[in-house]
Design a protein around this ligand. Structure first.
Ligand code: PGA
Length: 258
């Protein structure tokens, strides 16, 4: 299980340090649960140097290498600052910040070439779902961003399914809706690669995942964790979601033993 926090454009630098201190003071994440938080980019190097308490994520990256690109930062720069994971293709960047499928595919390439792990976001709008094209939409995003990659980078790819209508709205996909889409995504990955790759790839759910619905979502067989926005801003609610992931791991272990 992977529990990943996406702070978006929230928190001052001091608040980010306070969060790190609070998390450092907590007991380690449960066995089998990996934790990542993606703070705003200007803080990344300093947070890494101060001893960030989990994997350090970035929320964005340049689609190209170094050059005359005012305001951009490359994947190599992020790697040099101590970043492990980069979120690419978030709907808030696809919608309004120019991240078309082609740009997203270039960003994925840059992240992987820098040796980092990519958290590739996909998801449909409410209109897509209401008109029944949600599977087509997500498949198209995956085809352009992920499914053509060489097999040997797939251990550095995480997919986050985030229905746009559930992000920051308080509306969550039901566990049935999440499971159905996650199973489809795993099936497409199996077809494009193989069964081992499909079963190993972490598939995160994102969109109003909170302490009170995390257990139900994480109990779905094809949900391997969450990409958490609002509920990742406070150490206690984020920790409650990490603990829910721990319960899901423990239940899976019990299931195998039983
Ligand atoms: P939310 O955001 O948890 O606040 O809905 C999720 C995301 O955008 O990654």
């Amino acid at each position: 299980m992977l529990v990943a926090g996406n702070w978006k454009s929230h928190k001052s630098f001091n608040e980010a340090m306070e969060f790190a201190n609070a998390m450092s003071g907590m007991s380690p994440a449960p066995e089998g649960v990996e934790v990542m938080v993606a703070p705003p980019a200007p803080y990344l190097a300093a947070l890494a140097q101060a001893g960030w308490p989990c994997r350090l994520g970035a929320q964005n990256v340049s689609a190209t290498g170094p050059g005359a690109q005012t305001g951009e930062y490359t994947a190599d720069m992020l790697a040099g600052c101590g970043v492990h994971d980069v979120i690419v293709g978030h709907s808030e960047r696809r919608d309004g910040h120019g991240d078309t499928d082609a740009v997203v595919a270039d960003k994925v390439k840059q992240v992987l070439e820098a040796g980092l792990r990519v958290v590739f976001c996909c998801g449909e709008s409410l209109q897509d779902r209401q008109t029944g094209v949600h599977f087509d939409k997500v498949l198209r995003q995956l085809e352009s961003g992920i499914l053509h990659l060489p097999m040997d980078v797939m251990d550095r790819v995480v997919v986050a399914y985030e229905p746009i209508w559930a992000i920051g709205t308080g509306l969550t996909a039901s566990s049935e809706q999440a499971q159905e889409m996650h199973a489809a995504i795993r099936g497409w990955i199996r077809q494009a690669f193989d069964a081992a790759t499909a079963s190993a790839i972490p598939l995160l759910y994102g969109g109003s995942c909170k302490p009170d619905n995390a257990d139900e979502l994480f109990a779905c067989p094809d949900v391997d964790g969450g990409l958490i926005g609002g509920a990742a801003l406070e150490p206690d609610s984020f920790r409650a979601i990490i603990d829910a992931a721990g319960r899901s791991v423990a239940a899976a272990v019990d299931g195998h033993q039983g």
